[in-house]
Structures are given as C-alpha cells and as structure tokens.
Design a protein around this ligand. Structure first.
Ligand SMILES: CC(C)(COP(=O)(O)OP(=O)(O)OC[C@H]1O[C@@H](n2cnc3c(N)ncnc32)[C@H](O)[C@@H]1OP(=O)(O)O)[C@@H](O)C(=O)NCCC(=O)NCCS
Length: 184
C-alpha cells in the first residue's frame, strides 16, 4: 500500500527526535567507543543542550532529515540517523546512522538501512548518497557493503588515535545501483 512501510519496519520505526530524547542521546555521546566509531572530532561528551540544539537546527532545515530509531515493540529510542547536507540541485545527500551502545550487532543497523534507503531514494528522490567511515569500523563497513555502497576514495592516514593512523573511506551509492541490486 502507498507509503505504508515508509517509516515502519518489522522491528524498527523511523521517527522524529525531540527535546525529551536528549537525555538518552547524551548517554551515547558519553561512550568513548561510540564517539570513536562515529566522529573524527576528539571524543568529547555532548551535553543535552548541544543535542537539543542539533535537533532544533535540523527541524528548521530543508537540507536535513534527522530521525530517531525506535523499536516497534515499545518505542524505545535505540539510535539516530540522518540524511543531511543535501544539495537539492544535484540531489545528493550525506547519510549517517548510529545506534546507542548495547544495540550493536543485532541487525538493527540492517533494518534501519532498509528504511533509510527507500526514504532517501523513493521519498526524497535523491540520486546519490554518500558517507565516510573509518577503516576500523568493521560493523559499519559490512553494513554499507551489504547495501551496495562502493568505496570511492580513501582519505589516507586521516585519523590519529592512540598513536596509530587510520584511513577514512568515502563511500557512495547511486539510486540506479540501489534499485538494481536492492537488498531486502
Ligand atoms: C554501524 C552500525 C550502525 C551497524 O549496525 P548494527 O546493527 O550493529 O549492524 P548489524 O547487526 O545490522 O550488522 C551489520 C553487519 O556487520 C556484521 N557484524 C556484526 N557484528 C560485527 C563485528 N563485531 N565485527 C564485524 N562485523 C560485524 C554483521 O554480520 C553484518 O554483516 P552482514 O550483513 O554481512 O551479515 C552500529 O554498529 C553502530 O551504530 N555503531 C556505532 C556508531 C557507528 O559506527 N556509526 C557508523 C559510523 S560510519
């Protein structure tokens, strides 16, 4: 049926994020492993105010779609995802996804992608999605590869963490590629 599964998967919902979610999100941003998977900035906790500001900023922008990922079973917030920095002229956007610690490796990322990609290509009508990922983030690399993202470039030795340098990869997926190789 038209749109019936746009925001709702078997176990996961794409929802808005609100002020009330900031406390939960802040617990994720207090976890160093999460921060080092998600962001190249120095791992530094984010307070609730900063998180609320991001939510409010996103709500005002027509270039940012910020989602809360909630379980269909009880509505618990377990992650966030964004399609952002959209260049409407070119129909290009950046994709990001993050589950809170404790929710990794249980297939939620896979299910979130099953919702986010149809949303990006079928609702926003984007032509290209891109993202960056660190070479040590095995789960994320497996996830993006599974959905057909191609490695398009390498920011060689971009990160320096605990005295070791790591690459950051640029990955991209085109609407045509996604339609042809659609992973269910
Ligand atoms: C990256 C992330 C979204 C992936 O979601 P997830 O729910 O953990 O991943 P899934 O359980 O759906 O599994 C994804 C893939 O990783 C594989 N995987 C699971 N645990 C793994 C591990 N410890 N090491 C390597 N691969 C692993 C799974 O087998 C699966 O691959 P497959 O589809 O080829 O079988 C999630 O782990 C996360 O939010 N991590 C912290 C923030 C982050 O890294 N965001 C992405 C930044 S680019």
């Amino acid at each position: 049926m038209l749109g019936s599964e746009l925001l709702r998967g078997e176990r996961l919902l794409l929802t808005a994020l609100g002020r009330d979610d900031a406390a939960t999100v802040a617990t994720w941003y207090a976890d160093a492993e999460f921060l080092r998977m998600y962001d190249a900035m120095a791992a530094f906790p984010k307070g609730e105010e900063e998180i609320v500001a991001r939510i409010e900023e996103a709500a005002k922008s027509d270039r940012t779609f910020l989602f809360g990922l909630r379980t269909a079973a009880d509505g618990a917030l377990i992650g966030q995802a964004a399609i952002e920095s959209i260049l409407w002229t070119h129909r290009v956007g950046w994709l990001s996804i993050a589950l809170g610690p404790g929710h990794w490796g249980q297939g939620f990322g896979t299910e979130a992608m099953r919702l986010l990609l149809p949303y990006a290509f079928g609702e926003l009508n984007l032509y290209r999605l891109q993202l960056t990922v660190f070479d040590y983030n095995a789960r994320a690399l497996a996830l993006y590869a599974r959905f057909g993202f191609r490695r398009e470039g390498v920011f060689r030795r971009f990160l320096l963490r605990d005295g070791e340098r790591h690459d950051m990869l640029l990955m991209g997926l085109l609407a045509d590629e996604w339609r042809e190789g659609r992973v269910e």
